[in-house]
Design a protein around this ligand. Structure first.
Ligand code: SF4
Ligand code: MSK
Length: 629
């Protein structure tokens, strides 16, 4: 069994907990992944369709069986339609998260959200100005209301483009205009993607995919960007802080509460409730040494970025965190929450709580949070978690003895520019001088098809050793944190140029820029670099990578990176190999359209060479020194 666990994860805490899961007879995501083998080949290649009930249909990839569905759709159309629907689902998820935040902003403006406030008025004013609002002389709440309404318009169709697109370099916007990718409205593009992929609408596979890219851009420069900006306005712009990561952040003698999901709207109120003196006193009275709030996945990232809250694990660790038997309560909001986790929790004393009207789970208690009731709800839940401490079954508690890894977090764009002395110039100078060869956003999830955290660790260690600055978000950031990449000690693993610059700035070689929606911070940063240099994003020595992605949201992020001019590496192959036309467009043809493509490579060592070669080629094209790779 131990050898099997070694194949599942590279992490020490993960292996220890897989062993405990076996002993406790708890099923995990890896067990279910095994039970699904072999996966359906038609679905893996994108060649199955169930868009209408004349089907379901499938196209035979070997040319022996049917080559068209009942309606006549061929492999290219079916694969393109399936991919477009995947991207639409990803865009809808992040952008709806943004909408929820805008609704909280509006309630704050109306005085109906007692648990929330405007934590960063300066950002409120600057974003409002970007929306063309008159800001002078207005009080924060009036402006917050106006901004919320203006953002809500971005979701509709009254404009010819989403507002924050203006942040992209002029050359990039001209490309989008020329190829018909300018996103007009956030909801509009997702809605149109579903329309186009209905039977009998868009049957030109190229046209479907061009719209899919526009849909992804409506998320990246629209809904996700709004989500990040409003989170900063309501909860503060992240600033550098110190934290810890891995399962060792759970504490034997404390009430452990885990928050999971994505939207900080719920978890921020839980943070406040965990600091309430009466609840801390109650925890003591119940024999606990305090209340220990930790995060997993992207809600964890949001809290780590803003509060330095400890991080227990990423996507594939979420069941294993419960297997410690030491969690009194897990509070979830939405996205990436496996429906299995309440089964896992049922083997222990853990209370499982869902909070969103749009995300309910079997086996969880539902406590619906609204802007009006959030703080009271959070207080009630923390109280219930404290009461649950005495129900722990000590025979089933075992937190692996791993020392929590120190982490530097909170590197928002504002914090990075701050570390650079208020302008991107020092970073540009370091790139020009060749000390930093370029930068890569390593982002995305875990996927049981790939050894847990192996892809992230291998790729990133190669990149930093080759003087490439890494920015991370999402579940990758947890993998990097646990591997120790987000400390100044990690500079020993960096190439000499990167080490010199990061040492001078006092930053690690891997910068934590946030959760999955915060990938837009990377867009903002590369736009600032391109605008300063007077070039397009596609001219920069930068790349993106998602070595272990699994989700529809990650597919959308990859598309908006590529459509923004950033070469993007994917570890797992998306379900497109049923159409070589689609594969060729994604991996080659897009270069002529948007100046960037996808590169698919499951082996992180080989992927690092693809990325490094790309960065050196971009340097050469800019007239900078370049190395042979
Ligand atoms: Fe089959 Fe066409 Fe219906 Fe898809 S849309 S299920 S290919 S008939
Ligand atoms: S949580 S989308 S597994 S990064 Fe954002 Fe992690 Fe991927 Fe979910």
């Amino acid at each position: 069994m131990d050898a099997l666990h070694d194949n599942y994860t590279v992490t020490e805490d993960g292996r220890a907990l897989l062993k405990k899961a076996d002993n406790d007879q708890v099923e995990t995501v890896w067990d279910r992944h095994q039970a699904q083998q072999p996966h359906c080949g038609y679905c893996e290649t994108g060649l199955s369709c169930r868009n209408c009930i004349m089907g379901p249909c499938r196209v035979d990839p070997f040319g022996e069986g049917p080559q068209q569905g009942v309606c006549g759709a061929d492999a290219d159309i079916i694969v393109a339609r399936n991919l477009a629907r995947m991207i639409a689902a990803g865009a809808a998820s992040h952008s709806d998260h943004g909408r929820d935040l805008v609704e909280v902003l509006l309630k704050v403006a109306e005085g109906k959200a007692a648990g929330y406030s405007i934590k960063d008025p300066a950002k409120l004013h600057s974003v409002a100005a970007e929306y063309g609002l008159a800001v002078d002389g207005k009080d924060d709440l009036t402006l917050a209301g106006e901004l919320a309404h203006a953002m809500q318009e971005d979701y509709g169709t009254r404009k010819s483009s989403v507002t924050l697109l203006a942040r992209a370099p002029e050359k990039r916007r001209a490309i989008w205009e020329k190829v018909g990718m300018t996103p007009r409205g956030i909801d509009r593009e997702t809605s149109e993607a579903m329309h186009r992929t209905h039977m009998g609408v868009d049957n030109d596979w190229v046209s479907i995919l061009v719209h899919a890219m526009r849909n992804a851009l409506s998320d990246g420069w629209g809904g996700s960007m709004i989500a990040t900006e409003v989170s900063d306005i309501l909860f503060g712009i992240p600033q550098p802080n110190k934290s810890t990561a891995n399962i060792g952040v759970l504490q034997d003698d404390k009430v452990n509460i885990v928050v999971h999901g994505h939207n900080p709207v719920v978890s921020e109120t839980v943070v406040a409730a965990c600091n309430a003196p009466e609840l801390l006193k109650q925890a003591e009275e119940n024999g606990a040494g305090g209340i220990n709030l930790v995060g997993v996945c992207c809600t964890g990232n949001e809290l780590m970025m803003r509060h330095g809250l400890p991080m227990a694990g990423n996507h594939l660790m979420t069941e294993l965190v419960l297997v410690t038997g030491a969690v009194e309560m897990m509070i979830v909001d939405y996205q990436c929450i496996m429906p299995s986790i309440s089964q896992t929790a049922a083997c222990y004393h853990t209370k499982m709580i869902s909070t969103s009207e749009k995300a309910k789970f079997p086996g969880m208690e539902h406590h619906e949070f609204t802007p009006e009731n959030a703080y009271q709800k959070a207080e009630g839940l923390v109280k219930a978690a404290v009461e649950n401490f005495s129900r722990r079954n000590q025979n089933r508690v075992a937190i692996p003895a791993v020392r929590p890894q120190e982490v530097v977090s909170g590197l928002s764009v504002e914090a990075i520019i701050g570390a650079l002395g208020g302008t991107p110039d020092p970073l540009i100078d370091a790139i020009k001088a060749g000390k930093i060869r370029g930068a890569v956003g390593v982002v995305g999830c875990n996927n049981p098809k790939i050894k847990h955290d192996y892809g992230h660790r291998e790729l990133t260690s190669q990149l930093i050793a080759n003087d490439i600055l890494v920015l991370d978000t999402g579940c990758v950031s947890v993998a990097h944190a646990k591997a120790g990449f987000k400390t100044l000690d990690a500079l020993e693993q960096a190439g000499p140029g990167l080490k010199e610059i990061c040492t001078a700035l006092g930053i690690p070689p891997v910068l934590h820029v946030g959760s999955c929606v915060d990938n837009v911070r990377i867009l903002v940063l590369v736009s600032a670099l391109a605008n300063t240099l007077g070039c397009d994003i596609s001219d920069l020595p930068v790349a993106g990578s998602a070595p272990e992605w699994y989700s529809e949201k990650a597919a959308t992020i990859g598309c908006y990176f590529v459509a923004s001019g950033v070469l993007t590496h994917l570890g797992p192959m998306p379900p497109v190999t049923g159409s070589m036309n689609v594969v060729n467009l994604l991996t080659k043809g897009l270069e002529d359209v948007v100046g960037a493509t996808f590169a698919i490579e499951p082996d992180p060592q080989k992927a690092s060479r693809i990325i490094i070669r790309h960065i050196e080629n971009k340097r050469k094209a800019l007239g900078l020194d370049s190395r042979d790779v």
